[in-house]
Design a binder for this molecule. Structure first.
Ligand code: VIB
Length: 222
């Protein structure tokens, strides 16, 4: 079994709660309340700013130049690609980039990003990449599943742009490369003695991803 599959298997309850959260179902069948999506999107913008810092930390923590280039690629994928999607999507919901940056941070956003930054700060590059894995690899898995649903990408679904972005080939390739890089890192630095700690990091980050959906989901019920 690959290293990532071992992590996912060990965290299967948390992984399902994250990747099959009702929020994601609501994106696919367009039943998600607009308020839920807006709240999620604004907090996700703040989340991406903090995740850019985590990738910058990955540059710093890189033992080799090749690792450094890989982390720098992740950093620019956030700053130059993913954040543009958010700005574009938010404009469609009447929110400007300034509105986004000035939004008050939610505790779920803070908890998740602080956790990842802390895991990276006290650990090595492998610990940090394990903490980042649910985000990068999870979104690719979620979007692929949603895109296969009838009408998920239909013009009548206001969330089709989000699904198409993460289900599309460019993002799927980013996620596949991240997964490949994680396997190579694990070959270099994972030991049986470290496995329990790495699983604990993966589980916690996955739980915080589910909490992030839950935060948006609750905003749709208010
Ligand atoms: C809560 C939350 N989790 C994951 C992602 C997806 N994501 C964040 S950074 C990154 C890597 C490079 O773009 C990806 C795919 C998100 N946007 N929000």
């Amino acid at each position: 079994m690959s290293f990532f599959d071992r992590l996912k298997h060990a965290a299967s309850t948390e992984w399902r709660a994250y990747t099959e959260h009702p929020f994601t179902e609501g994106l696919a069948d367009a039943s998600l309340a607009e308020a839920a999506f807006r709240h999620y999107l604004v907090q996700d913008y703040l989340f991406l700013i903090e995740f850019a810092r985590a990738y910058a930390l990955a540059v710093y923590k890189s033992p080799t130049l090749a690792d450094m280039r890989e982390a720098a690629g992740g950093l620019s994928a956030i700053l130059d690609v993913e954040m543009n999607l958010h700005v574009k999507l938010c404009a469609g919901w009447g929110l400007s980039a300034t509105d986004l940056e000035q939004a008050p941070p939610a505790v779920e956003m803070l908890a998740y990003t602080r956790y990842v930054l802390d895991a990276g700060m006290r650990g090595d590059l492998l610990s940090l990449k394990v903490a980042l894995a649910p985000c990068v690899i999870g979104y690719a898995e979620i979007a692929t599943r949603l895109a296969a649903r009838p009408d998920a990408l239909a013009a009548t679904n206001p969330y089709r742009v989000w699904i198409a972005e993460y289900a599309g080939a460019p993002y799927q390739e980013v996620a596949a490369n991240a997964r490949e890089h994680l396997e190579r890192l694990a070959e270099r630095y994972a030991t049986p003695a470290r496995e329990a700690e790495l699983i604990a990091i993966f589980k916690e980050a996955t739980r915080l991803e589910a909490d992030f959906w839950e935060m948006g989901w609750r905003a749709g019920k208010r």
